[in-house]
Write a protein that binds this ligand. Structure first.
Ligand code: CP
Ligand code: NVA
Length: 308
């Protein structure tokens, strides 16, 4: 059966651990896995801009022996001129998988419903699950274990990164704490699902609005832009609403003394994070960015071989 990766809870805790194990193995044997030998082509479609996702999928598909077909915004008929359903039918005749960065999760779900090849979410308004595989890999590399670690996400609770943190960390048996202004709450259904998963994995989910309470004693502190792609019109209002949510040296000081700092990037120094933190010794953002490559190679290998 075809397997898709549309949101973080599309994989079980055991599958998540397996993909992370594979990523570690692939990182130390970069050209040793040839699951796209042929070369098979993977379509990587962007409706929003990207640096890391574009480069990591392009390089990763090539590393696996395949051919990346990058489709930039405005490059195809998909959207106004051709439906998701018709695009899916055409692509599956020629490519082995579809990676799509778009706005609506419902469009991605429709693509997956309409095709017989794996569809991978490379960011929607609601989730960024490939980023979370890279983030978990990074935390595992620096901490050894994921289960039992406490992660504090400070920022936009209604964003793709917040939702993915809730689901992916619960899947890994971690304790995830979210601090967000009350006007940007996470989707209730995502919180409920994360709590359900956490109840099975030994993790926990705490939603609040106090950054200090979330960060106190945390092993990992994470943030993301206050203005996600598509929210640019709300910039002034968001900067006002998030002003108390900057990850500062003072906030890092209440976390565990050896706490890690993560950020999916791109970052806006002086807004969601101070330069002293993101460019300081606790920051692991460059490992995190590199790990997009290894985690996504592992994901593609898993979906195309073992996960079938
Ligand atoms: N973190 C991330 O997805 O970066 P890009 O937007 O550059 O792909
Ligand atoms: N939340 C951000 C993530 C960018 C990688 C956005 O959607 O723009």
């Amino acid at each position: 059966m075809v397997r898709h990766f549309l949101r973080d809870d599309d994989i079980t805790p055991a599958e998540q651990a397996r993909i992370l194990d594979l990523a570690v193995a692939m990182k130390s044997d970069r050209y040793g896995y040839r699951s796209l030998e042929g070369p098979q082509t993977v379509a990587v479609i962007f409706d929003k801009t990207s640096t890391r996702t574009r480069v990591s999928f392009s390089v990763g598909i090539t590393d696996l022996g395949g051919n990346p077909l990058i489709i930039q915004p405005g490059d195809s008929q998909l959207g106004d001129k051709e439906s998701v359903a018709d695009t899916a039918r055409v692509l599956e005749r020629m490519v082995s998988a579809i990676v799509w960065r778009t706005y609506k999760q419902s469009a991605l779900d429709e693509m997956a419903d309409r095709t017989t090849i794996p569809v991978i979410n490379s960011l929607t308004d609601d989730f960024h699950p490939c980023q979370l595989l890279a983030d978990l890999l990074t935390i595992r590399e620096h901490r050894g274990e994921l289960a039992g670690q406490t992660v504090a996400f400070i920022g936009d609770g209604a964003s793709n990164m917040s939702h993915s943190y809730l689901l992916a960390c619960a899947t890994a048996g971690m304790h995830v704490r979210l601090a967000t202004p009350a006007v940007y709450p996470p989707a209730a259904a995502v919180v409920a699902r994360a709590k359900e998963i956490a109840a099975q994995t030994g993790g926990s989910v705490t939603i609040g609005s106090d950054p200090n309470a979330a960060a106190t004693g945390a092993d990992v502190v994470v943030t993301d832009t206050w203005i996600s792609m598509g929210k640019e019109d709300e910039k002034a209002e968001r900067i006002r609403n998030f002003s108390g949510y900057r990850v500062s040296p003072e906030l890092m000081a209440v976390a565990s003394t050896d706490a890690l700092f993560l950020h999916c990037l791109p970052a806006y120094r002086g807004y969601e994070v101070d330069a002293e933190v993101i460019d300081g010794p606790q920051s692991v953002i460059w490992d995190e960015a590199e790990n997009r490559l290894h985690a996504q190679k592992a994901l593609m290998h898993f979906l195309l071989t073992e996960g079938k």
